[in-house]
Design a protein around this ligand. Structure first.
Ligand code: THU
Length: 137
């Protein structure tokens, strides 16, 4: 699975976004160390706060299938039909990533047709609070 293929799957997942309120459609493709890819989209709600982001949908699908180790996630967001622009994952999703992923976990944000930016989790969430902080010595 190349970075480009993972980005293409994120764009595909975006097709399943349920975003009638914001019109902001997001898709994610999460590559597990098993080689399996889990897709997710944002799912909004009339009561607003139950809304879940595409990244967390992908993580929760994967973890509920027994996956706990991951290489990378690609995210494609944008208003209406337009994919791209700067689309960094929200803080809550970064925290969920920190639960399961090391600092070198790769985050790809789709910027346009065939283009993407690449970050590590450490770059997007330095000094993360993670399971390591709860270890008893
Ligand atoms: N959203 C995501 O799916 N991922 C993010 O990282 C940020 C925001 C969704 C939530 C909401 O449905 C819409 O984008 C606008 O915030």
């Amino acid at each position: 699975m190349t970075d480009k293929e993972l980005c293409r799957l994120a764009v595909e997942a975006r097709g399943k976004a349920y975003a009638p309120y914001s019109g902001y459609r997001v898709g994610a493709a999460l590559l597990a160390k098993s080689g399996e890819v889990y897709l997710g989209s944002n799912i909004e709600n009339a009561a607003y706060t139950p809304t879940v982001c595409a990244e967390r949908t992908a993580f929760f699908k994967a973890v509920s299938e027994g996956e706990t180790e991951f290489f990378a996630i690609a995210v494609a967001g944008g208003n209406g039909d337009k994919v791209g622009g700067a689309f960094p994952p929200c803080g809550v999703c970064r925290q969920v990533m920190a639960e399961f992923c090391d600092g070198d976990f790769k985050i790809l944000t789709v910027t346009g047709d065939g283009t993407f930016d690449e970050y590590t989790l450490t770059e997007l969430l330095p000094l993360a609070f993670s399971p390591k902080n709860l270890e008893r010595k």
